[in-house]
Write a protein that binds this ligand. Structure first.
Ligand code: NI
Length: 260
């Protein structure tokens, strides 16, 4: 077991997929690099199996926590048995959220009506268990807003937010936080950078979505939690405030939202 101290965390990567097979040959080294920089990690499941793996990782490391849920890509795997499994996992002490859940009309890997039903069921599960939700939204904003207005999660985050400031305000008005990750550093994302300048910092969480969405200057390679500092640096540059302040405020935001 790697020892790490929760009271000393400088950053919290609020969205990682540490159970990914991309880390099978060096997972311990990836985790050690994050801990060396006092980075706490929320690792999120995408189906029942990976949710179990996320919980297993969280139980073995003091500064790793888990989200459990079924991703919209995998919505077609959701049934009563899966819901029972998630509910059991969610009772464990290191589980801090229901997620990753949501809608994805870009890849459409599960039928859209199934995605919507499974998303709503998991929002209701989160509300019942008084846990925040970690939401994935891709090319599905209209239905996303409709569902969130009708089935309000009590707390949560729009992970990998990519919209403009008007959309950010819509989500904030629903009581949600915005997860900002590697895409903030991609040259084409001027609209996102303009939005981040305006979004109140107390609504921002930082994340990697590793092994995906690797920030510049490592873009094209595998992502990992240690790279969350490039996201923090870019937010600091855009807002014209010190990176240490962005790190401190976003870490406190994550602690409050996920009660860690
Ligand atoms: Ni993800």
């Amino acid at each position: 077991m790697l020892i790490s101290d929760s009271s000393k965390l400088v950053f919290i990567d609020t969205h990682a997929h540490l159970d990914s097979s991309d880390y099978n040959h060096d997972r311990a080294a990836v985790i050690a690099r994050a801990f060396a920089e006092n980075i706490g990690i929320i690792t999120v499941g995408v189906d029942l199996y990976s949710s179990r793996e996320a919980v297993r990782l969280a139980e073995r490391h003091r500064t790793i926590w888990a989200g459990v849920g079924v991703h919209p890509h995998d919505a077609k795997t959701f049934d009563e048995g899966v819901e029972r499994g998630l509910r059991e996992l969610a009772q464990k002490g290191k589980v801090v959220a229901i997620g990753e859940i949501g809608l994805d009309y870009y890849r459409d890997l599960s039928p859209r009506d199934t995605q919507r039903e499974v998303f709503i069921e998991q929002i209701e599960l989160a509300n019942e268990l008084e846990l925040p939700v970690i939401i994935h939204n891709r090319e599905s904003t209209k239905d996303m807003l409709g569902i969130l207005r009708k089935h309000r999660p009590k707390r949560g985050v729009i992970h990998s937010f990519l919209g403009d400031y008007a959309l950010a305000q819509e989500f904030i008005s629903l009581g949600l936080h915005l997860g900002i990750g590697g895409p903030l550093t991609f040259p084409k994302n001027e609209v996102l950078r303009a939005a981040v300048k305006e979004i109140p910092i107390d609504r921002i969480l930082v994340e990697t979505d590793c092994p995906y969405l690797t920030p510049v200057p490592h873009r094209g390679k595998r992502n990992e939690p240690a790279y969350v500092r490039y996201v923090v640096d870019e937010i600091a540059r855009l807002k014209g405030i010190p990176a240490a302040e962005v790190a401190a405020v976003t870490t406190e935001n994550a602690r409050q939202l996920f009660e860690i």
